[in-house]
Write a protein that binds this ligand. Structure first.
Ligand SMILES: C[S@@+](CC[C@H](N)C(=O)[O-])C[C@H]1O[C@@H](n2cnc3c(N)ncnc32)[C@H](O)[C@@H]1O
Length: 614
């Protein structure tokens, strides 16, 4: 008696496709007699059985193999090529001569299926999703530990910092199926423009290009990447080689081979090596258990650039992907709590509020003492040392600033510094005299600026580092954000543009009506001048935006101060406006200076621009 579905039956029966209805048949002759060739003669049916068997044999012999180069000839569009290959592999076809992922631009004959230690995980040459993501789970505790260390103000060694970066790259590839080339193209501005949406943090990658795509990171992932951005990346920014890539190698250049980094990360953990192609194929297989609309949603998330994906689509698809992954979001939430207390992210409101409440209860001062465990518990804070350590880090920064402030004109000797520290009565948690000596810089005078080759190079080439443009939305428009810490007094950038007479600038201003203006009026001795950054792009840097013109205004909390300086640039005396930091500026802070106009004055009058009072 036959019962159940086809799956219940003997698995090794010979399936032959009926050439009339195109369906697989376990017994083709019976099928033809009963269904497709009921009214035919036995001879006709026998001939049809022979044709069907020959067709099936031919398919197994030739039809199951594809050549990637043929696919490329048939379909010129790269995205469709990749989709078709994924689909073919998912269905058990073999695709020869696939490109290696590092060589995504130029297909080259490489491997067909991975070999070596990974082989045992593969079905039809496709790894299981769980296996592809092993590295994320295995390395996670170490990453959490590094986050804690960084937050406590400890520095990671070169090996650890690099490993941390590898992990961030791996998160984008193995949890969000981003191609290595897209990870390499992620910029600091992409990161700064991320936003919260439905419990996730959405980030646009490759904006303005064909591969424009949205990722929806979990809070933990975002915090993990933010720790990289704020604590590790600034140390890699190189003044000689300005670079706006999100992932920087220690020499300051953009990471050039994410695929190689992923391999290193696996090697470091002695795990079999999985690639971005492996994980994408694995998702194809895992997604079979989803409904058709869900499968499509995941497919759109994977087909970067295939269509406009909105933030909600990205979040929905990322949540679905999570449901396919062993790396569940519960796991993330748990670890997120650990990271949140490490305070690595700008989007960790609870952690921030808690520490600000802590500081309200125990104000940080130059001479104060951090609260004891008993005091912390009494005021309802956790008894562990997380806030205690953050408090000490802040006090240390205050003391460092105090010492630097004390010696404005001449560089202090270690003896002088030690005496001052003794006088203050500080017994611990203070910077060593050598650190202050290292950080000390003379207040900028024309001469000091002219002799500073780095500043002069930045002035003429507009290669300021540690800055990125961020979109602050409809109200403020674009602004400039610090991507490395700046010390109080440090020159941050200039207000670049052609210097014109103020009278000409005022004419231009009249034509602007109530539009945003990019004109900086100043006095140089008796001369009334204006930097024209309105005429854009400038003739000297026709291909790039300059930072100074995009810095927004704050009357109450400026962190930059513009000042006039006359310097010799390429032998020509030039009037420049430089911005110096008014206080230490941490990574991820928007730069602002006081435009010097109030709502009730000058052009603000009548326009009633409320933001001028901010
Ligand atoms: C020199 S532009 C600064 C860059 C500008 N945000 C942009 O996107 O090009 C000056 C204009 O920025 C905007 N802006 C500057 N500071 C602001 C603030 N604190 N709040 C709101 N808008 C501000 C105003 O529209 C102003 O006219």
């Amino acid at each position: 008696m036959l019962t159940g579905t086809n799956a219940d039956r003997t698995p090794d029966r010979h399936l032959v496709h009926c050439l009339r209805c195109h369906k697989p048949q376990e017994c083709i002759s019976v099928h033809l007699a009963r269904v497709c060739m009921r009214s035919s003669t036995p001879e006709e049916r026998a001939a049809e059985v022979q044709s069907a068997k020959a067709s099936s044999k031919g398919w197994v012999r030739y039809g199951r193999n594809w050549d990637y180069n043929v696919i490329c000839k048939l379909i010129p569009d790269r995205c469709s090529q990749a989709n078709l290959v994924n689909e073919l592999l998912r269905r058990g076809f073999f695709v020869a001569n696939q490109p290696s992922e590092t060589d995504a631009e130029a297909p080259s004959p490489t491997r067909v299926v991975p070999s070596g230690p990974t082989q045992k995980f593969f079905l039809f040459g496709i790894a299981a999703l769980k296996d592809c993501q092993t590295i994320l789970r295995v390395a996670k505790p170490e990453i959490n530990r590094m986050c804690q260390d960084l937050e406590m103000g400890r520095k990671l060694g070169h090996r650890e910092s690099t490993m941390y970066r590898y992990y961030c790259e791996a998160t984008l590839v193995f949890a969000h199926m981003l191609r290595p080339i897209a990870v390499e193209s992620l910029t600091d501005s992409d990161w700064l423009d991320r936003f919260e949406h439905s419990g996730r943090v959405v980030i646009g990658v490759g904006r303005g290009t064909d591969t424009n795509t949205l990722l929806a990171l979990t809070q933990w992932e975002e915090a993990c990447l933010q720790v990289y951005f704020s604590k590790i990346r600034p140390g890699n920014i190189c003044h000689e080689k300005p670079c706006n890539a999100f992932f920087l190698v220690s020499s300051g250049e953009a990471v050039s081979s994410v695929s190689r980094d992923l391999k290193c990360l696996h090697d470091l953990h002695k795990l079999p090596h999985f690639t971005s192609q492996d994980v994408r194929r694995a998702v194809g297989i895992a997604a079979q258990k989803l409904t058709e609309p869900q499968r499509q949603a995941v497919q759109f998330y994977l087909d970067r650039g295939a269509r406009d994906v909105g933030p909600q689509d990205a979040v929905d698809a990322a949540v679905l992907l999570d449901s396919l992954c062993v790396n569940s979001s519960d796991d993330d939430h748990q670890s997120f709590a650990e990271l949140a207390t490490a305070g690595g992210s700008s989007s960790l409101p609870t952690a921030r509020k808690d520490f600000s409440a802590f500081v309200t209860s125990f104000p940080i001062s130059l001479d104060g003492q951090p609260p004891s465990k008993k005091q912390r518990v009494k005021y309802g804070f956790p008894e562990d040392r997380t806030f205690y350590d953050k408090w000490r880090v802040s006090q240390y920064a205050q003391r460092r600033e105090y010492l630097l402030e004390h010696f404005k004109v001449h560089k202090p000797s270690t003896g002088k510094l030690s005496r001052l520290i003794r006088q203050e009565g500080w017994k611990s948690n203070y910077p060593k005299p050598e650190e202050i000596q290292r950080l000390w810089k003379p207040s900028p005078s024309n001469l000091a600026i002219e002799s500073d080759e780095a500043i002069m190079k930045c002035l003429s080439e507009q290669t300021w580092t540690g800055l990125a443009i961020k979109d602050f939305g409809a109200k403020q428009g674009r602004g400039v954000v610090a991507t490395r810490p700046f010390l109080k007094g440090e020159i941050v950038c200039d207000y670049h543009g052609k210097v014109i007479p103020a009278s000409v600038g005022k004419e231009m201003m009249r034509d602007l009506g109530d539009q945003a203006g990019y004109l900086f009026f100043f006095k140089a001795g008796q001369r009334d001048l204006c930097v024209d950054a309105q005429t854009f792009p400038c003739t000297c840097h026709p291909n790039s935006d300059t930072f100074g013109r995009l810095i927004n205004h704050s009357a109450k909390m400026p962190n930059l101060k513009p000042f006039y300086c006359s310097v010799k640039l390429s032998g020509v005396k030039t009037d420049v406006i430089l911005f110096k930091a008014l206080s230490d500026i941490p990574v991820d802070t928007q730069l602002k200076f006081d435009y010097g106009v109030r709502r009730t004055s000058f052009r603000g009058e009548g326009l009633n621009l409320e933001w001028l009072d901010e």
